[in-house]
Design a protein. Structure first.
Length: 278
C-alpha cells in the first residue's frame, strides 16, 4: 500500500509526463500529425552514418517531440516574465532549427541525392557532429529552465495560499477572542449590576433599620432590629472588603455607589476598624 505522499507524487508525474503532453497533442492534432514527419526525420538522421543505434535514435526522436509538446503545455501556464519569454523563444527556435536541419541533412545524405558522402571527412564530420548535438542540447536546456520557472511559480503560489490561509486563521481566531472577551465583559457587567442591586437593597434595609432605631422600643420590635443588624454587618463587610482591595478608593464615590450617606459610610468604616476588618 503506497503512502498518500507517494500516491500524490505518482499522480503528479503522470500528469506532467503523460497527461499534459497527450492533451496538448490532442488539442493540436493537425500539428501533431504533421510533426510525426519530423519525428521520423530526427530518428533517421540520428541513425545516419551509424552515429546512433536505432534503440537510441528512435526514443530520442519521440522524446524530442514529447518534450516539445510538454514545453508548449508548460509555456501556456508559466507566468510571463522576460526570463520565461527568453526561454520560450529559445525553445521555439531550437525546435524549428532542429527539425529543419535534421530533415535537410538527412535528405542530403540519402544515396539518391548524394550531397553528403557516406564516408565523412573533416569537412562534413564537424558540421554534422555539431548539427546532431547542439540543437538537442539547446532544446533540453531551454525546456529544463522553462519547467524550473514553472515549478517556482507553483511553489510561490502555494506559499501565497499558505500565507493567506494562515493570516485568515489568525484573523478568525482574533475575532473569536474578541467575541469571547465581549461576552466575559458583559457577564461582569451583569454580575456587577446584580451586586449593586443587592447592596442597594441592603442599604434600603439599613435606612429602615436606622429609622426603626430612632423609634421607641415598643414600636421598633426585636425582629426588625435583628434584621437591620444583619444587613448593617453585611454592608460593613462589603465596605471593608472594598477598601482592602482598593485602599485609595474615593469615599464619596463609594458612598454614592452604595446609596448611603458619607456619615453612615464613615460610621461603618469605624466599626470595621474596631472589629479588626480594616
Amino acid at each position: 500500500m503506497l503512502s498518500p505522499a507517494t500516491q500524490a507524487q505518482l499522480a503528479r508525474g503522470w500528469r506532467v509526463v503523460i497527461a499534459e503532453p497527450a492533451i496538448t497533442a490532442w488539442q493540436m492534432l493537425p500539428q501533431f500529425l504533421v510533426t510525426l514527419g519530423s519525428v521520423y526525420l530526427v530518428a533517421m538522421f540520428g541513425m545516419a552514418h551509424q552515429i546512433l543505434p536505432p534503440l537510441v535514435a528512435i526514443p530520442m526522436a519521440v522524446g524530442f517531440e514529447w518534450s516539445w509538446l510538454r514545453s508548449v503545455a508548460t509555456a501556456g501556464k508559466v507566468r510571463r516574465t522576460p526570463e520565461t519569454e527568453r526561454y520560450i523563444r529559445l525553445l521555439t527556435w531550437t525546435a524549428l532549427i532542429t527539425v529543419i536541419s535534421y530533415g535537410v541533412l538527412y535528405i542530403l545524405g540519402l544515396p539518391s541525392v548524394g550531397v553528403i558522402p557516406a564516408t565523412l571527412g573533416p569537412w562534413w564530420g564537424v558540421p554534422l557532429a555539431l548539427a546532431k548535438v547542439v540543437p538537442i542540447a539547446l532544446m533540453g536546456f531551454a525546456s529544463a529552465n522553462l519547467h524550473r520557472l514553472h515549478r517556482q511559480d507553483l511553489t510561490t503560489a502555494e506559499q501565497l495560499r499558505t500565507d493567506y490561509e494562515t493570516e485568515r486563521a489568525r484573523q478568525l481566531q482574533a475575532e473569536r477572542d474578541a467575541v469571547q472577551i465581549e461576552i466575559e465583559r458583559e457577564w461582569r457587567r451583569a454580575h456587577l449590576a446584580e451586586q449593586i442591586k443587592t447592596l442597594r437593597v441592603a442599604n434600603s434595609r439599613e435606612r429602615s433599620a436606622n429609622t426603626a432605631r430612632a423609634l421607641p422600643p415598643a414600636a421598633s420590635g426585636t425582629g426588625t432590629n435583628s434584621a437591620a443588624n444583619t444587613d448593617r454587618e453585611q454592608l460593613r463587610a462589603h465596605i471593608a472588603r472594598t477598601l482592602r482591595e482598593q485602599p485609595g478608593a474615593n469615599r464619596t464615590a463609594l458612598a454614592k455607589e452604595l446609596g448611603i450617606s458619607r456619615t453612615l459610610l464613615y460610621e461603618l468604616i469605624g466599626e470595621a476598624k474596631q472589629a479588626g476588618e480594616l
